[in-house]
Structure formats: C-alpha cells, structure tokens
Ligand binder design. Structure first.
Ligand code: CP
Length: 314
C-alpha cells in the first residue's frame, strides 16, 4: 500500500477497514458532509478539474460504479471506464497488474472491483497512483462501509455505543466484514444473525472481540432486532456459492416486512447495501426508519470525499 503523508489520505490507497482510525473516519465524514451541503447550492465543486478517474469493474455493480463516476464528475473531473472484460485486453489474458499499469499511464486515480479477494492490493502494488477498492471478492468494501457509517451518523445523530444487528450472508458479505471493523472503533455492540452455514468468519469475530466489542451470534432475527438500534440487512449472494443446493437451503432465511416491524413494537433504523432480492419487502420502503435509499445517495458524498482526499484536494 502507498504510504502518503502522515495524518492525511493524500496519495494513499483505500483498500481495507484496518487502515482507518476513528479520527480518519471522522475526517472523511466531515469532508463528505461539507460536499453534501455545498452540492445543494451548486451542481459541481470543481476541485478535480483536469483529473481523470478510471473505473475498472470486473464484477457487476450499479451503485458503486455509478456513484464513483457521479462523484468524480461532481468534482469537475473526468472518468474513463474499462467496460466489460470481453471488450478489453483482459480477454486476451492480460494480467490485472499489467491492466492497471496501462490505466495508470492515462489517469490519476483508479476505482476497482474484482471477484478475487486481495485483488485491490495487487492493483495498488502495481501502480503509483491511488487505488480505491470498490469490493474485492468476499474480502473488503471500504467505501461502502464508510458510507454506511456516514448514514448511521446522519440517521441516529451518532455512531457511538449503538447496538447493530448484521443479518444474512455474513460469511461471504464483504460489506459486513468491513463495516463491523469500523463500527467496533465506536464502541458498538453487535448481533450477528445468520444461518449456521453463513456465520461471520471466525477471524473477524475474534478480531472485533479483541477490540473490546460485545458480539452475540444468533439465528433469531426477532430477538436481535428487539435489542438493536440498527438492522443491517444483506442479500444471500447466490453467486458466491459453489454448490447451488447449499444456496437453496439458506435463501430467504431472513425477510423483514411491515408486519414484522409492527410486531416489533419499537423504532429501528434499517440499512442495506443493496441490491436486495427478497430480504426487505417493498412494503417496508415507506417505514420512517427505512434508510437504505438515503444510504445509497450518501455514497456519492463519501466517494467525493475519498477522491478529493487521496488526490490531496482536501
Ligand atoms: N452496495 C453495492 O456495492 O452495490 P453495487 O453492487 O450495485 O455496486
């Protein structure tokens, strides 16, 4: 990973939750909040005029890729995209490192998503320009986790001392793998709600416990929801299963609908990185605590902040 300057993100890669201190997270949220306020007054904040972002997405994406592209353009910069693999020299067998070395000749910063865990680091090691991880396999999704923390701060007016239920595919879910590490810095307590086959990896559970966080693993969503301030739902990711029979056993394990929330008899904030399949019924969308559409909008402000900070513009 590139080192950059002490106490600043200038020149650094954004690869993993473990690179962030509480102070770093607060600094990113402060810049995102400034951009959010400024964007209400004007459509463009031209800090990145003359700079180019490359988006290299080797896995499907709607929110991450488009919000990165919107963020760069809202900052007055330009974007070039690698596009589908079959339209690039990756289809001729070019390595990830060589693809990134090529792109680094044309652009100033790279946002990458790739199915292989560790691929964002591999990209970052190959080039001198900042690389931002937009999701590496079942590993990490740091920009998502930062926008999740930003959303919690806005919705709950704090991220400290909350109880958060993480629900669904905790085994393969890179969003929860990353978010739990960030929230542990803010003294949050966790319920990990999943079928036995999709439990949070033991090394992550033990790491957040070592950080002092309280973690309870359960299969009982109602019990966890009754105790929680925030429910973070995730999709059971069919594409991560080697054996589809295993997917069939766990799909639809947890579904939140309006009746479930009414029965709960308390207010709760509901987040989801999206896309959803059936784990949040559309009848929840009008529930005041359903924050998942506001959450995806926040992705633009956080990604603007990260782009401006790694380029030394903030
Ligand atoms: N949350 C998220 O990563 O969404 P996309 O897969 O659409 O980018």
């Amino acid at each position: 990973m590139k080192e950059g300057n002490m106490g600043s993100l200038k020149g650094k890669d954004i690869l993993h939750a473990n690179q962030f201190s509480k102070k770093d997270i607060e600094a990113v949220m402060k810049v995102a909040s400034e951009f959010e306020k400024e964007l209400k007054k004007k459509g463009v904040i031209p800090l990145m005029k003359g700079k180019l972002l490359a988006t290299l997405f080797f896995e499907p994406s709607t929110r991450t890729r488009l919000s990165f592209e919107a963020a760069m353009q809202r900052l007055g910069g330009g974007v070039i995209a690698l596009g589908p693999v079959e339209g690039s020299s990756v289809s001729k067998g070019e390595s990830l490192a060589d693809t990134c070395r090529t792109v680094a000749q044309y652009t100033d910063v790279i946002a990458i998503r790739h199915p292989k865990t560790g691929s964002a680091k591999e990209a970052a090691d190959a080039v001198d320009i900042p690389v931002i991880n937009g999701g590496d396999g079942t590993g990490q999704h740091p920009t998502q986790a930062l926008l999740d923390v930003y959303t919690i701060q806005k919705e709950m007016k704090t991220v400290k001392n909350l109880t958060v239920a993480m629900v669904g595919d905790l085994k393969y879910g890179r969003t929860v793998h990353t978010l739990v590490e960030l929230l542990a810095l803010f003294n949050c307590k966790f319920y990990f709600v999943s079928p036995g086959a999709l439990r949070m990896p033991e090394e992550i559970t033990s790491h957040v416990r070592q950080q002092g966080a309280s973690v309870e693993e359960t299969e009982d969503l109602r019990k966890a929801a009754l105790e929680s301030d925030v429910i973070y739902m995730t999709r059971i990711q069919k594409e991560r299963f080697q054996d589809l029979a295993e997917y069939e056993k766990v799909k639809g394990s947890y579904i939140i609908d309006a009746a479930f929330l009414k029965n709960l008899g308390k207010d709760v904030t509901i987040l989801h990185p999206l896309p959803r399949v059936n784990e949040i019924n559309p009848d929840v969308d009008s529930y005041p605590g359903a924050a998942y559409f506001r959450q995806m909008r926040n992705g633009v402000f956080i990604r603007m902040a990260l782009l401006a900070m790694v380029m030394g513009k903030k």
